[in-house]
Design a protein. Structure first.
Length: 191
């Protein structure tokens, strides 16, 4: 197995175990066993578990953001841009349930709290289209003048719940329903 293959196996095993058991329920030895590598092998790729967890998240961002951004045009009206980004995000979640489950674990942990604080309140880095969109919409009086964190909650809360319910089989999302859900999220933040 090549170095890249070993790293991929470790990443896959970590994502599966963390998505299923949480961060504390997936010790490095279990990840190594699941990846079929020696426990010491993980430490050649990841200095410690904290680094593994944050690198997994960064890997997912790098994989997810280009999909969400595909076809995104800054010259479109704010509503159209919101619909585009929201639809891309929801589709990504339902088409990549393992990624979604890992992201949920991450965002509902101290790692995610720190990340959200930096992403929403700190310097812009990574995918900041939603943040830019919200700031522009508020300044142009198209979006409600709420703190940024509330605009994210009103937009992403329903998307996350909907993706979770689809993955669990409680609801089946089709193109029409996805569009209507994103439009309902828009209705929640528009002025």
């Amino acid at each position: 197995m090549s170095k890249q293959d070993k790293r991929e196996e470790i990443v896959r095993a970590a994502m599966e175990l963390i998505a299923e058991h949480g961060f504390h329920g997936a010790p490095m030895a279990m990840i190594a066993e699941h990846a079929k590598v020696g426990a010491g092998t993980i430490y050649r790729y990841f200095e410690n578990k904290d680094i593994l967890i944050t690198e997994l998240y960064r890997d997912l961002e790098e994989k997810m953001f280009p999909v969400i951004r595909e076809g995104y045009e800054l010259n479109k009206p704010i509503r159209e841009r919101f619909i585009h980004l929201g639809t891309g995000l929801l589709r990504y979640f339902i088409e990549n349930p393992l990624d979604f489950r890992y992201l949920e674990q991450f965002h509902n942990s101290p790692y995610g709290v720190e990340h959200r604080r930096d992403k929403i309140l700190g310097e812009k880095e990574g995918c900041h289209e939603f943040r830019d969109l919200f700031e522009e919409g508020v300044s142009r009086q198209i979006i409600k003048d709420f703190p940024l964190v509330l605009l994210f909650a009103l937009s992403f809360g329903p998307l996350v719940s909907t993706a979770r319910d689809h993955i669990l089989g409680f609801v089946t999302l089709d193109d029409d329903l996805i569009t209507r859900i994103i439009e309902a999220c828009w209705d929640g933040i528009k002025k």
